[in-house]
Design a protein around this ligand. Structure first.
Ligand SMILES: CC(C)(CNC(=O)c1ccc(Oc2ccccc2)cc1)c1ccc2c(N)nc(N)nc2n1
Length: 326
C-alpha cells in the first residue's frame, strides 16, 4: 500500500476533482456512494494522522470552530459598485459616454446576468484558498473564509502561482431558499424575505456548520489582484476563471452594439423566471481591458460598466395576485 502521505494526497486531489465535476461542471463521473466512501477513508486517515491533513482537504468544507466575530479585511484592489440604468435611454447615454470618452465609434461589450446575492472576494496564495471576504464598503470587508469554504463550487486549490483574487456573487438557489423558509416556518422562526437576505444571513453565521447546511453557491465574474495579469479582454478573464476551476455564469454574451445589449436584456427580462437563481438585472462591461483602464472610475464605480436593473418583481407579483383574485 502506498505510504500514508501519498494516500492522503491522492484522496484529497481525487475528491476535489469529483467535487469540481459535480458542483461546477454538473457532470459527475462517479456515484455519490463512491465519493462518500473515499471521503470516509480520508476522514479516518486525517483523524489518525492530523499533521498530514492537506490545507485544501475537502473535509474543510463541513465547518469548523465557532468564531466570536469576523476580522476586518482590506481589499488592496477595491471592490467597486455599479452605477444603475433603468431604461433604454440610460443605456444609450452610457454607450455615448463610453464612445466619447474613448474617442472611438465601435466598442464591444460583455453582457452578464446580475445575480441577486452578496459580492465576495476569494484570495489564493500559491494556489491555496487562503481568504474569503465580503465586499463591505468596497475597501474594508469582513473575513468569512470559514463560511465560504462550505460552498462546494469554490475550489480549495487552483493551479496559479503567487497572489490571485477572484470576485463574484455568493447566492442561495431558489429551491434551497424555499426549503429553508419551509423549515423556518415549521420551527416558528422568521422566514427570510428573499434569497439575497438568506444568503447574506448564512454568510454572516459565526458557526460555519450552520452555513454548511444552507446550500449556497457562487458565480465568479471578475479577477481582482493578479500578479501575472495578462489578458486583453474581460471575456478572456471569464474564460480563464473557468479554466482555473471557478464556477462562472455561462449566460454571458459578447455584444458588438448597445442594440445587441438591449436585445439580451429583453430576452432575460422574460426568461429570468426559468433560472434556478434570482437575478435583479444585467451588467454591461466594456470588453477591452485597455479601454477600461482609459475610462477609469469615479470614487465608487467604474465608468466602463453599468447595471441595468429590472423593474421590481414583487410589485408585479402582488398586482398579478390581486388581478387574479378579483
Ligand atoms: C465590474 C464589477 C465592479 C467588478 N469589478 C471590480 O470590482 C473591479 C475592481 C477594481 C478594478 O480595477 C481597479 C484597480 C485598482 C484601483 C481601482 C480599480 C477593476 C474591477 C462588478 C460588480 C458587480 C457585478 C455583479 N453584481 N454582477 C456581475 N455580473 N458583474 C459585476 N461586476
Amino acid at each position: 500500500m502506498a505510504n500514508i502521505d501519498e494516500r492522503i494526497k491522492a484522496l484529497t486531489d481525487q475528491l476535489n476533482k469529483y467535487s469540481h465535476e459535480y458542483y461546477v461542471l454538473d457532470q459527475p463521473s462517479v456515484p455519490d456512494s463512491e465519493y462518500d466512501q473515499l471521503l470516509q477513508e480520508l476522514i479516518k486517515l486525517e483523524e489518525a494522522y492530523p499533521e498530514k491533513k492537506q490545507a485544501h482537504s475537502p473535509t474543510e468544507r463541513v465547518g469548523g470552530k465557532v468564531l466570536d466575530g469576523f476580522t476586518k479585511v482590506t481589499h488592496e484592489r477595491p471592490m467597486l459598485s455599479l452605477a444603475n440604468a433603468f431604461n433604454e435611454e440610460d443605456l444609450r447615454d452610457f454607450d455615448r459616454r463610453v464612445k466619447a470618452g474613448l474617442d472611438v465609434d465601435d466598442v464591444s461589450y460583455v453582457a452578464e446576468l446580475k445575480i441577486d446575492g452578496l459580492a465576495v472576494s476569494l484570495r489564493y496564495q500559491d494556489g491555496e484558498f487562503v481568504r474569503g471576504a465580503t465586499r463591505g464598503d468596497g475597501e474594508i470587508g469582513e473575513d468569512i473564509t470559514q463560511n465560504l469554504k462550505t460552498i462546494n463550487s469554490i475550489p480549495l486549490k487552483i493551479d496559479e502561482p503567487g497572489t490571485f483574487e477572484a470576485r463574484g456573487e455568493a447566492f442561495m438557489p431558489k429551491t434551497s431558499f424555499m426549503h429553508l423558509n419551509k423549515a423556518r416556518e415549521i420551527n416558528e422562526e422568521e422566514p427570510f424575505a428573499n434569497p439575497r437576505n438568506a444568503a447574506a444571513g448564512s454568510l454572516r453565521q459565526l458557526d460555519s456548520k450552520v452555513a454548511a447546511k444552507r446550500h449556497l453557491d457562487i458565480f465568479l465574474y471578475a479577477i481582482g489582484q493578479w500578479e501575472n495579469r495578462s489578458m486583453e479582454t474581460h471575456s478572456a478573464d471569464l474564460t480563464y476563471l473557468r479554466s482555473l476551476g471557478f464556477k462562472t455564469n455561462t449566460e454571458w454574451k459578447d455584444c458588438q452594439t448597445i442594440d445587441e445589449v438591449i436585445a439580451f436584456i429583453e430576452h432575460w427580462q422574460v426568461r429570468r423566471a426559468d433560472l434556478t437563481y434570482e437575478i435583479d438585472g444585467i451588467v454591461i462591461k466594456v470588453d477591452r481591458l485597455s479601454y477600461q483602464e482609459r475610462l477609469g472610475r469615479t470614487a465608487k464605480s467604474p465608468r466602463w460598466a453599468i447595471a441595468y436593473k429590472f423593474p421590481a418583481e414583487e410589485v408585479a407579483t402582488t398586482l398579478r395576485a390581486i388581478e387574479f383574485s378579483v
